[in-house]
Structure formats: C-alpha cells, structure tokens
Design a protein. Structure first.
Length: 730
C-alpha cells in the first residue's frame, strides 16, 4: 500500500504527525483522538517501500497487550513483519538490552526476573540473615525504600543518606543487592535502571544501541518516570528522531513514579521539538466531553487543549446520591439490569469504575444478588495462582540453576519427604561454599550430619532437574513443560486433597501449557527463557479479556486505554476521589482530578456518577460528602441529582432519568425517610442476604439497629437507615 493509501483515513492533524520528517516530535493526543492510529501509521510509513528497515525502529508501549495490538495493526497496513522487532514495553526492551550487553555490568545473560512475590520473599530471607524479624510491616517498608532508591534519577552516589536516620530498607539494600547477584536475578526496577546505567558508564554501549535505531516511537509518554525519560533520550541521541505520543491530562500513575513533568517539559529534554495537538475525539458525545473539560481545566499543571466531537448533544451526566455503599451498589446493579431488560445493549457494554479495590465488595454483592454477569479486571492474575507459580518455578530453575528462590519453592512440590532439618543443613552447606542450592543439592552425599535417606532424596531431585534441563534445551518449550508436569504429577497432585478444587487447579496447569504453545506459535524463534521473561512482565490488563457477556468492574487506574458505551463511576466522594491521602498537596489533587477525567472519557454514550451519604470504613459507619470535583461540572450537564451550590448539597431535578426508549429507570430519593418500626419476630427481606427474622431491636427512629437471623443460618447487625430491607410479615 502506498503512503496516500495509508493516510486516507487520517484527519489533518493525524496526517501531519504521521508525515513528520525527522527530529523530536510530541503528539499531544487527547482521549479518543486516535493516538494508536497515529503511531501505527507512522511506523508503517517509516517502514514502507524504500523506507527504514523495521528492525531499525524502536516502538515502546506500556503493556505487552498494547505491543501485540500495535504489531497486528502495522501488519494489516503493510504486511508481515520480521519476528524480532523492537516493539515492546520499557521493561521488555530493558531485558533485551541486558541479555545482549549486561556482561559489561557483570550481569549474566541467563538472569531470572523476580516478580513482586519473589521480591517480597527475598526481602524476608535477607531480614532473617541479618537477624531482623521479617514482619509484614518491615518487609513492605523495606521494599518501598529499595524501590525508591533504585528508581531515583540521577542515581544516588554512595552513602548519600548520611546525616539522617537509616531505615530498614537502607540497611538491607546492600544485602538485598548481593542476594540478587548471587541468584543471578534482577527485579523490575533493575530492568529500567541498569540499561541507563550501562549507557552512562559505557559510551561504547550507548553508541552500539543508539546507532541501532533510526527512529524511536513512544506511546503513553505521560506515564514515563525519570529513568524511562532518560532511556528514551539516550536511545534517540544519535538521530534525535523521537516521536512521543501522550496526554498530560491522563497522567494518573504518579504514585508509582510516573512524572507528568516529562511531557510538560518535553522541549527541555528534546530541544527543537515540534508539538502537534490531536483534539478531535472519536469516542464520546459532546455532553461527556463538556463535563470532562469542565473538570480538567481546573488543573494548573497542563499544556492545554479542548476536545471536540461531531457527536453533538448526548445524554446528560447522571448524578445520584445514595444513603450507603450497599444502596449505591444496588442502584448501579438495578440500573444496569433495567437497561439490559430494555434492550439497551449487552452486558459487555457496561462498566463500573471505582477509586479503590475495597469499593468493589458492595457492588459485587449487588450484582450477585440480582444474578447479573460481571467480571473484575485486576483480580488474582492467572500467572499468580499457586499451581501455576509452582510450574513456573520449575521452568525458571531449568533456565537459571542459580535461582535459589525457585529451588526453595519446588524442593518439596510435590511432597518428597524432605524435612526442615535437611533443608537447613543443605542451606548451610551451600552458604559456606557460596554455591547455589541446586549445585549443593547434587553434592548432598558430602554434607556432614545428613542421613543417607535425606542425601538420596536431594541428589535424586538434582539429577531430575538436570535431566529436565537437558530436555528443555533439545525440545520445544511446551513439550518440555508438558513432560515435566506429567512426570511430576503437578497437574493432579491437588485432587487428592480436594477433588473439585483440585480439578480446577489441574485445568489451570493444563491451560498454562497451552499458553506456552500459543507463545511458540506467535514467536517461532522464542525460547523457554523468552517465554518466562514475557510472563514476568505481564500487567493486570495483559491477562484481562473484554467479554460481551459480562459487565466489567475495575478501578479507575485500570480503565485507562479502554472504552465502553455506558460507564458508572461509584464513590465520587471526598476521601475517595480525591483520595484522603492525596488531599495535602496541589500536585496530588491534580492527579486525582485527572483520574476522574480519565473515567469520564472512557464513556461513549452515557456516564452515571454516584456517591453515598455514609460509608463503612474500618468497621465504622461515617458520613461522606460529595467530591469537590462534582462542583466543577456545570448544572446544565447533569441529570438526576445535581449539586446545588457550594458545600455539596444535593437537590433533585424535575426530570426523570429517561433513556431514548422512554423507559423509566430506578431513582433514589436523597431525602431522609422515616424509619419503619420493627419488632422481634418480624420477617424481613434484604436485597442481598435474602429473607430473615428480626432477633433483636436496639434504639429507635433513624438510629434503630436490628439483629437479624437470616435463612441460611447466619446473623447480622444492621443499622436500619443504611440497609435496603423491607418488612414482609409478622
């Protein structure tokens, strides 16, 4: 396809960005403005006939899923691409650089990558080695300090923390680093920091890697941290052909190191940069965009743009106040159910967003009570399930025999009768010789004080791992993994304890083998080490698949990059959005405002906002007030309950909340209602827990508290004014 054909579906601003000849370019791409289209078309134009070889273009995204989708779109435009393209996440690009050139920093090419759980286990082990109790609080505090130290840029020099009290993390840091090197392992922070350190310390390595690329394309640039910004700057230093696409109004990951300043000060890092704004939105209605802009324009730290659309008009923003989080969940579930019954879409057209994971409980309860199908993005990931982690640990040990963390995980999986004393003697023997546990295991017969049976079990384990390792070097990865699983019985060992749950776990193990086979089909030259590297870098959304048959529940942070016809945002309250921990500084308040902006702009057709008058926190019911951000939405854009002046008081509008079908949907009065009298023995019905009988009554009026014995046999104490219950008989 020629370039004219490639560009026929682009608007003028998109075409201008795609055709940019060279030098630094910042594309400020508003929500729904077609930024992915710009990136893929720019790649296709650069790599088209007579252009740059695809292998000399570096394209960086933030999830493996996004990288795969980018490759698929490019291939639809210009045909098949070479297997080993430089298209991936910052972390995966870092892995490739370190596998090739890490020896210059003393890093072996077969290093393992620790996930968050492995990192936590390592900190616990280091605590014990240094005589510290590995309490949960100490481990988490140390992890935060270690990650903060590794994520700092410019890199700290030596003992820069002199003169202040050293934390556990500061004390443990050198021992943690020594353990990583001993295990031939890296953590997530290393995958970003070490390539940059390599380029800074070794000019020849910088020239080698920067000269490999003629163009660098970066997606979601607003989410980069300082080290990632420096990596982009260094890798584009030879040709200076860097194209960054992003939206400062959607920078919502400051809590994990993202620096919105990278996009606000782009021209400082890349002098002479050209800036192109994409402001035409292809997703949302005019009403939604007006509301979103009314909110985000209150941020001072932004470059400024206003989205527009040809989808004029549109439904107003629904705003509803409920009495409690349980009533809020029921309102959302009933509203979704009513719209589904009216034929206004499929379940997959609806999404419910919230600020914190804890908010999902009341919403899930309501969806289950009404038998509405739903799925949660960001729950327990497939590769974090115990049975899958066990197989992963075996495979990691095959690739990296120095991986003591994986060794310790699988030594007794399935049970081999290796006791704790045998383990301790093995570890002491290995430590005295500075040898990996697997190597020490092969020499178990020489360990003093170890009985013949224990030594035989250890040597048998080492021999089996060596045999599987040879197989893994000769056979396709999925074949080697399947044989290991079958010989060790990793797919059936759980069934003896619990037949039903064991079968589910066995199915997960078999699905894991299928995942390896699928990886091989996508990557014919990929090795077992390549597969393990990809799995280590998966994010929550890499393993989430949108379903047309289920309503999506997810945090606002997880929603970025997605779109749904109808969106509900629950808990738009002070203390939640903005979050209580974000209300002390202007920059964190602005990030919370950007979070609401992201939620609003995910919606195509309708947004419904809800908040509760009271909410249960830490076991106590307390009052809640509407978010300050709601006051920024003009009244004419709101339907349902709208704000009436400063202070967040709510008033009802005169209009019913109607859809285009004229179907009237549930509304909840915000005015307090007289609490109906209840007596001991009364039969009641609760919207979630079903039928029950009053066993006790305390207080009166709005403070009435009931003890209710429900039919399934459990009891609950309920404050009547916050519960959705009805009296159904004496």
């Amino acid at each position: 396809m020629n370039n004219d054909g490639l560009e026929k579906d682009l608007n003028p601003e998109q075409r201008e960005a795609v055709r940019h000849e060279g030098g630094p370019l910042l594309v400020l791409a508003g929500a729904g403005s077609g930024k992915t289209r710009v990136l893929t078309h720019r790649f296709a134009r650069l790599a088209g006939p007579g252009g740059v070889p695809p292998g000399r273009i570096l394209a960086v995204t933030f999830t493996n899923k996004a990288a795969g989708e980018m490759r698929e779109r490019i291939e639809r435009l210009i045909g098949p691409l070479p297997y080993r393209l430089w298209v991936g996440t910052f972390h995966s690009i870092g892995v490739r650089i370190l596998r090739r050139s890490g020896e210059a920093l003393g890093i072996r090419a077969d290093f393992a990558i620790l996930d968050a759980e492995d990192q936590r286990r390592l900190v616990k082990a280091v605590c014990r080695e240094q005589g510290l109790e590995p309490s949960a609080e100490r481990v988490e505090s140390a992890l935060r300090a270690i990650r903060r130290r590794k994520g700092s840029f410019p890199f700290p020099e030596g003992e820069s923390d002199r003169g202040r009290r050293r934390s556990d993390g500061d004390f443990l840091f050198p021992f943690y680093e020594a353990a990583l090197r001993r295990f031939n392992a890296l953590d997530f922070e290393d995958l970003l920091a070490l390539p940059v350190k390599l380029f800074i310390e070794r000019e020849d390595m910088l020239r080698l890697h920067a000269s490999r690329f003629e163009h660098v394309l970066v997606d979601e640039f607003q989410d980069t941290n300082r080290i990632q910004n420096e990596m982009v700057r260094l890798l584009s230093s030879v040709h200076r052909n860097v194209c960054a696409v992003g939206d400062d109004d959607q920078s919502i990951y400051g809590w994990r190191g993202a620096d919105v300043g990278n996009i606000l000060r782009f021209e400082e890092s890349f002098p002479g940069a050209r800036v192109i704004r994409l402001e035409r939105n292809y997703r949302s209605t005019e009403a939604i965009l007006e509301a979103a802009h009314a909110v985000i324009r209150n941020n001072r730290g932004r470059r400024g743009k206003k989205l527009w659309t040809e989808r004029k008009g549109g439904e107003p923003i629904g705003l509803f106040r409920l009495r409690s989080e349980r009533e809020e969940g029921l309102f959302v579930a009933e509203d979704v159910g009513a719209r589904l019954r009216a034929g206004l879409g499929r379940p997959g057209d609806f999404a419910v967003f919230y600020r914190t994971n804890a908010q999902s409980r009341a919403i899930e309860d309501a969806f289950r009570a009404l038998a509405l199908p739903y799925t949660i993005a960001g729950g327990t990931r497939f590769y974090e399930r115990k049975e899958v982690k066990d197989v992963l640990a075996y495979l990691r040990l095959l690739v990296n025999p120095r991986d003591d963390l994986s060794f310790e995980r699988v030594l007794n999986v399935p049970s081999r009768g290796i006791g704790e004393k045998t383990r301790e003697r093995l570890k002491a023997f290995a430590a005295a010789r500075r040898a990996p546990l697997l190597e020490a295991c092969a020499r178990a017969g020489t360990i003093d004080g170890l009985g013949k049976r224990g030594a035989a079990l250890l040597e048998e384990f080492a021999e089996r791992i060596a045999r599987f390792r040879r197989r893994s070097e000769e056979e396709a990865p999925h074949v080697a993994a399947r044989e290991l699983v079958e010989e060790l019985g990793l797919d059936t060992m759980h069934e003896e304890k619990d037949e039903l749950r064991g079968e589910a776990r066995a199915e997960n193990v078999r699905e894991f083998i299928s995942a390896i086979a699928e990886y091989e089909a996508r990557n014919p030259e990929g090795t077992l080490a390549d597969f393990l590297g990809e799995v280590s870098l998966l994010t929550d959304l890499d393993s989430w698949e949108e379903s047309p048959d289920a309503v999506t529940l997810m945090t606002l942070h997880n929603s970025k990059g997605l779109e749904f016809p109808r969106v509900y945002i629950a808990g738009v309250e002070e203390g939640l959005l903005p979050h209580l921990l974000s209300t002390e500084r202007d920059e964190t308040i602005e990030e919370e405002r950007r979070l609401l902006y992201v939620g609003l702009t995910r919606a195509k057709d309708r947004v419904t906002l809800t908040h509760a008058s009271s909410r249960l926190r830490f076991g106590e019911i307390g009052p809640s007030s509407p978010s300050r951000f709601l006051e920024e939405i003009p009244p004419h854009l709101i339907e349902g309950h709208r704000l009436a002046g400063k202070g967040g008081a709510c008033a009802r509008t005169n209009r019913a909340d109607r859809d285009t079908s004229e179907q009237v949907f549930p509304e909840y009065e915000n005015e307090s209602q007289e609490t109906p009298p209840f007596r001991v023995g009364d039969r009641i019905r609760h919207a979630v827990w079903g039928d029950g009988r009053v066993a006790g009554v305390q207080g009166s009026g709005t403070d009435t508290k009931l003890t209710i014995r429900f039919a399934p046999g459990f009891s609950k104490k309920i404050l009547v004014r916050f519960a959705n219950i009805e009296r159904i008989g004496p």
